[in-house]
Design a protein around this ligand. Structure first.
Ligand SMILES: Nc1ncnc2c1ncn2[C@@H]1O[C@H](COP(=O)(O)OP(=O)(O)O)[C@@H](O)[C@H]1O
Ligand SMILES: [Mg+2]
Length: 355
């Protein structure tokens, strides 16, 4: 059982810095997710932790002991990949037993352990099948069973749900969450999908160009993004350039040509600073009055039916587009006043700070 993992890693491929002194501490039983766009270094980070790639510089400590000199099989980690990476010529049972055999577990102990692992991932009785005879979802369960069979000190998962269809993805997400809790695992999970990160994690680490841009519990990343990059990634699709009029405690007021917007300030902003007010389409409401605090007016340009709600694009007087999700339909061409609830607006520095 791990009580803590701490690492600090730099990785270069030629002149390209892929991980730039990426440092983190993970507690035992924690579920940490690396969230970021394609190419930000997520897989590279996992591969360094697993020992599949050597770091350019840095160290990895497990319960205070350096392990970055150890080969993968001596780190005692389990790894699950996006493409399952099962051995096609081995049976399901042999795939699950693979890591155990490598570690020299006695033959008599193998079969019961394999059986238990397959029960755990709800594939009891499929020992003798071959991966090619299984669905994608079943293959990923086998890959998870294989990773768990070694009783990993750390479970590393690299976009394990990306190749599954939407329904299976939801189901497997639940399974991963259940196994993590039931077995008391310590897990690092990699994804570019914000919903997966929110639903699974104790802590989300948002990466950009191989660096941490924000780390915190899911609700903090979701409700209090600290940069435009994180906000954009977390679905704040509406962004209005404003100038900061005042900032007091958590509340920032910004103004543009014909609107004043009140919102949450999560980083310090001095009056006069160029800032951006961001808000999610699903947080925008129809205004009860045509004017008032945080109310903007415009003309409906586009609508789409989304089942529970209606997607709406409104062109504001400034020429900017505002996207909203509204409970009732509106007519293209009609005038509409929308309210951006101050508790749902975040006002951020216009410059990201990051490169
Ligand atoms: N073996 C390699 N040689 C050169 N560049 C690589 C290699 N592996 C990854 N990269 C580069 O490192 C960056 C990060 O890749 P990766 O860790 O796979 O990102 P992610 O998993 O976040 O999509 C990318 O720009 C990628 O092209
Ligand atoms: Mg990747």
């Amino acid at each position: 059982m791990v009580t803590s993992l701490a690492f600090r890693l730099t990785k270069r491929f030629g002149a390209k810095i892929v991980l730039d002194d990426l440092a983190l501490e993970v507690r035992g039983r924690e579920f940490v997710t690396f969230l970021g766009p394609s190419g930000c270094g997520k897989s590279t980070a996992l591969n360094l932790l697993a020992g599949l790639l050597p770091p350019t510089a840095g160290e990895i400590r497990l319960d205070g002991v350096r392990i970055d000199g150890l080969p993968p099989e001596r780190r005692g980690f389990g790894m699950v990949f996006q493409n399952y990476a099962l051995f096609p010529h081995l049976t399901v049972g042999a795939n699950v037993a693979f890591g155990l055999a490598v570690r020299g577990l006695a033959k008599a102990e193998l079969a019961p352990r394999v059986r238990r692992m397959l029960e755990l991932v709800r594939l009891a009785g499929l020992e003798d099948r071959y991966p090619g005879q299984l669905s994608g979802g079943q293959q990923q369960r086998v890959a998870i069973a294989r990773a768990l069979a070694v009783e990993p000190r750390l479970l590393l998962l690299d976009e394990p749900l990306s190749n599954l269809d939407a329904k299976l993805r939801l189901e497997m997400r639940g399974e991963i969450k259940r196994l993590h809790a039931e077995l008391g695992l310590t897990s690092i999970y990699v994804t570019h999908d914000q919903t997966e990160a929110l639903s699974l994690s104790d802590r989300i680490v948002v990466l950009r160009d191989g660096r941490v841009v924000q780390a915190g519990p899911p609700a903090e990343i979701h409700d209090r993004p600290r940069t435009l990059f994180v906000a954009d990634f977390m679905g704040y699709r509406n962004a209005f350039p404003v100038t900061v009029s005042s900032a007091e405690g958590d509340t920032v007021v910004g103004h543009a040509r014909d609107v004043t917007l009140r919102g949450l300030g999560v980083v310090a902003l001095a009056p006069g600073t160029a800032a951006v007010a961001v808000v999610r389409p699903e947080d925008v409401e129809v205004a009860p009055e045509p004017a008032g605090a945080n109310v903007v007016r415009g003309t409906v340009r586009f609508t789409e039916y989304l089942g529970r709600e209606h997607g709406v694009e409104v062109v504001l007087g400034t020429g900017q587009t505002l996207m909203a999700r509204l409970p009732r339909p509106v007519t293209v061409g009609s005038a509409l006043a929308l309210r951006l609830p101050p508790e749902r607006v975040v006002i951020l520095p216009a410059e990201d700070g990051a490169r």
